[in-house]
Ligand binder design. Structure first.
Ligand code: HEC
Length: 99
């Protein structure tokens, strides 16, 4: 039982271990330090999106259902390496808290 609880504890730590700094580093050059830029004259300003909307968009990129062009979709997937769909909510919250 003790071991089971320890395992549960460790796996919840792993879930919480999303590293926004590391993940967002790959986005800054286009989306800006705080998500304030229109990337390549075409993206929305990430910091003006509602949190749920941003989460959905990140999830859609990760699972390939995003409506963005193929070229941008594969580029985003490469930039999102290591980010899981389960991290989308934490990532959206992280981006919207950048100042
Ligand atoms: C090379 C520049 C570039 C980089 C790097 C980049 N993006 Fe983008 N991003 C764009 C462009 C351009 C668009 C608009 C694409 C379109 O609508 O077809 C976009 C759109 C988006 C959108 C909106 C998608 C939608 O459905 O409207 C989100 C969310 C996003 N990017 C998140 C990210 C995240 C998170 C990262 C880092 C992991 C990242 N981007 C890295 C250029 C970039």
């Amino acid at each position: 039982m003790k071991r089971f609880i320890a395992l549960l504890f460790l796996s919840s730590l792993a879930l919480m271990a999303f590293d926004g700094d590391k993940a967002y580093k790959n986005c800054i050059m286009c989306h800006g330090k705080t998500g304030e830029k229109v990337a390549l004259s075409s993206s929305p300003k990430l910091n003006t999106l509602a949190e749920q909307d941003l989460q959905n968009k990140i999830q859609a990129i990760l699972n390939g259902s995003s409506g963005m062009s193929k070229k941008y979709l594969s580029m985003h997937k490469a930039k999102l390496k290591g980010v899981e769909e389960a991290d989308a909510a934490a990532f959206a919250a992280y981006i919207l808290n950048l100042k």
